[in-house]
Structures are given as C-alpha cells and as structure tokens.
Design a protein around this ligand. Structure first.
Ligand code: IMP
Length: 405
C-alpha cells in the first residue's frame, strides 16, 4: 500500500504551500505538479537563502528527490529553462531528476500577449503569463504539446494552424500586432534537445513507481477558490486546483492519494480581482499586509488581506477530502489585540467571532506546548468549527519554523 500525500491550498493561493512541500518532501521519492503553470510562485527559505519556484516542484532542493511535471501543467519553455538555469547556478542538479510530461500543452508568446491584452477589458487581474489562453487551446484540441517538439513535420503543421488563429484574434478582435509563424516555429525548434532530454510519458513513470511502492507527494498550485469549477468564477485560474486535478493532471487514480493536507493561512489573502467577503480596508488589513509581506511571489502585486473565513474553509475541506490542516503564518498575527474569524454570512457581509490576540512573539517556538494559550484556543476553535484536525502550524518562512502536532 502506498503512502502518498497531497498538499494543496484551501484559499486563493499563496498559503505557503512551497515551504510545507519542501519540509515534507525530504523522505519521499518524488514530488509531482499536476496543474497550473508559471503563474505559481512557491517561496522556500533554507539556511537564510530564499528560492522562488514557479514550475519545478518544491521538493527540488532535496537532492535525492525526483521532480515530475504532469500533463495537467501548461508549460512555458522559456520559464522552465530559466528556472533550471537558476537552480543549477545555485548548485542544484536537475538532469535525470526532472521529468516533464510529453502531453503538457505549451505556452507560446502569443498566449501571453492574448492574456495581457484581453485582461485590459476583462479585469480578472491575471498574472499575464498566458495561462488561460493556453488551457483554452488544450480544451480546443489544438494545443502544441511538449512531445510535439520531437516531430518537426507535425510541429510545423500545428504551429501554422495555431498561430493563424491567434493572429486573427489579435488583429481583428484585440487590435494588436500579429506574431510571425516562422519566429515562433524557430524558437520552438531550438528546444528540440531539451524535449529529448526531459519529455516522457509521466503516467507510465508513475505506474512503475507505484508498482515499486515508491512514495510520492502531489503539490498543488494556486488554491481551492481559484479552481476553474469550484472557485469564485469567473475570477479564477483556468485549471483544476482541487483534488480532482491530481488524477486528471497526472493520470493516477484517486486511490493513490492516501493523505490530504490542506494549507491555510491564519488569515486570508487574494491577488487579482473577485469576491473576498472578509477583506479588510482598515489598519488591521495594512498591518497583516506589512507583517506578512503580502506581495505576489510571481508578479510582485500587493495582495488583498482579510480575516480567516471558516465557512469557506469548511467547504474547501469537503471539496478536497482534507485529512488535516496546516496553518501557516500564525506569527503574522502576533501583534494583534483582537483577531476575527468569519463563522457565518449575513447577506454579503461576514459574521465574526472575535478572539483576544496572544500578543507574543511565536516565531522562535518549536513545539506545541510552548505556544501561547490564546493561540491554542484559536486553533482549537478552528478545528472544532471545520471538524478537521491541525497537523502543522507554521510560525515563519524557514524550514525549522514549523510545529508538527
Ligand atoms: P491566471 O492564473 O494568470 O489566469 O490568473 C487568474 C487569477 O488567479 C488571478 O486573480 C491571479 O491573481 C490568480 N492567481 C494565479 N496564480 C496565482 C498564484 O499562484 N497565487 C495567487 N493567485 C494566483
């Protein structure tokens, strides 16, 4: 029987999953991404050095761990190469450790352009990385996939068809400059060797690993309420960020997901547009933003901040069959006199329960027993309200600032 863990976000992303994946991947065989693209930004701090990953699974800093990018991920060749280069310069070896699905749809420069010009009208506040348009082409059955780079004849045909469609859209609908088919083709052809080295049938690989009893970790990107189906549509990303995305995005049945850890901040943030019931527009919101350094890891945009919404959290736990919670950034609330959590809605407005703040520096604590009683009470209330136990409390960005319960 395998013992595979899924780690995913239960809010709008940026819950601090990267740090938790890094911590829990030390003893696993492989870490696998199943959705999203380089819109994600996973920050890991080891020995005072910060690494931000966008595409490569957050287990990469453990040198013996394999990294797998599944078919559910949309792949920017430029972004992945840049990330590999950065890691190699940092002394992290990638060759023979990273495997990328040959079925990953590619993000082309024209996807990025369409995303950026379109968002000026649609106001979703996307990351401008071409994610939405790339997924549209996947579902439209016209995407260029990573494995296509190995077959020049097929690639030529597919590029010609796709760029014609993109150019029509850019020229006639968005009043924008078209792309040169040749330029895009030549750029793609320059990645042929890269595809030869890294592209593989990742489902076959996972099947072999499962047969050998290898333990893997599935790493979610973004969060539950950015899910294309279950999120705050249309203010969502274009992938399945919830548990269902693991099976479709990797080609592995749900029986292979044996433990689900949902990551949630001790408060709430969101980047981009869309509903956010507990959003704060006062000094408490400013204080959270400042203490939590709430700026996007990918775009640098300031994040909107608010109180923890337990009604939404309960739903996220149900959607994802969460077994236990990891509460991150609890230390950000250390200075607050009062802390609110949303326990109901009155129309559009949140109904809060208020807690006295613990007003103590928790960032140096390493065991549950050391934590202030008021923080323990806050955690207990959350556990009882959402009917799910907390297994990890994170009190800072470093590896050692995690308390395992
Ligand atoms: P897209 O994924 O770039 O299409 O953006 C769609 C929405 O998802 C926007 O509101 C983005 O801010 C949000 N989003 C995408 N990726 C992330 C992430 O990694 N963290 C937080 N928000 C994200």
């Amino acid at each position: 029987m395998s013992n595979n863990t899924l780690i995913l976000g239960l809010q709008w992303g940026d819950e601090g999953k990267g740090k938790i994946v890094d911590a829990l991947s030390e003893n696993v065989f492989a870490v696998c991404r199943f959705q999203g693209g380089h819109n994600a930004g996973h920050t890991i701090k080891v020995d005072g050095v910060q690494t931000v990953l966008h595409l490569i699974p957050s287990g990469v800093l453990h040198r013996s761990v394999k990294c797998l990018i599944g078919n559910g991920v949309v792949l920017s060749l430029e972004a992945i190469k840049k990330e590999i280069k950065g890691l190699e310069e940092f002394g992290v070896e990638i060759k023979n450790r990273l495997h990328i699905s040959e079925n990953c749809p590619l993000i082309l420069p024209s996807h990025i352009k369409i995303d950026q010009v379109r968002d000026k009208d649609e106001f979703i506040g996307t990351t401008g990385r071409g994610i939405g348009p790339a997924y549209e082409d996947k579902v439209g059955r016209r995407a260029i996939r990573f494995g296509d780079l190995k077959d020049e004849t097929l690639l030529r045909k597919k590029v010609s068809r796709l760029i014609k469609i993109h150019n029509k859209l850019l020229k006639h609908f968005y009043d924008s400059e078209p792309f040169s088919e040749d330029e895009i083709l030549n750029n793609l052809l320059s990645y042929k060797d890269f595809a030869e080295s890294f592209s593989i049938n990742t489902t076959d690989l996972l099947m072999a690993w499962a047969e050998e009893g290898k333990e893997v970790l599935f790493e979610g990107a973004q969060g539950t309420f950015l899910d294309i189906d279950h999120g705050t549509y249309p203010y969502v990303t274009s992938s399945s960020t919830t548990i269902g995305g693991v099976s479709s995005g990797l080609g592995i049945g749900p029986k292979h997901i044996n433990n689900v850890i949902g990551v949630v901040k001790a408060y709430a943030t969101r980047v981009g547009e869309g509903p956010f019931t507990t959003e704060l527009f006062d000094k408490d919101g400013d204080e959270i933003a400042k203490r939590g350094n709430e700026f996007g890891a990918t775009t640098g945009r300031p994040r909107r901040c608010g109180w923890l919404d337990l009604v939404a959290l309960k739903k996220a736990i149900f959607i994802n069959s969460v077994d236990s919670l990891c509460i991150t950034k609890a230390d950000v609330l250390d200075t607050f006199e009062n802390i609110n959590v949303c326990i109901d809605y009155d129309g559009e407005n949140p109904v809060y329960k208020s807690f006295e703040g613990w007003q103590e520096d928790t960032s140096l604590f390493s065991s549950y027993d050391e934590l202030p009683q008021k923080l323990k009470d806050y955690i207990k209330f959350i556990e009882e309200f959402v009917n799910c136990k907390v297994s990890i409390i994170s009190v800072g960005p470093s590896r050692e600032q995690s308390i395992h319960l």
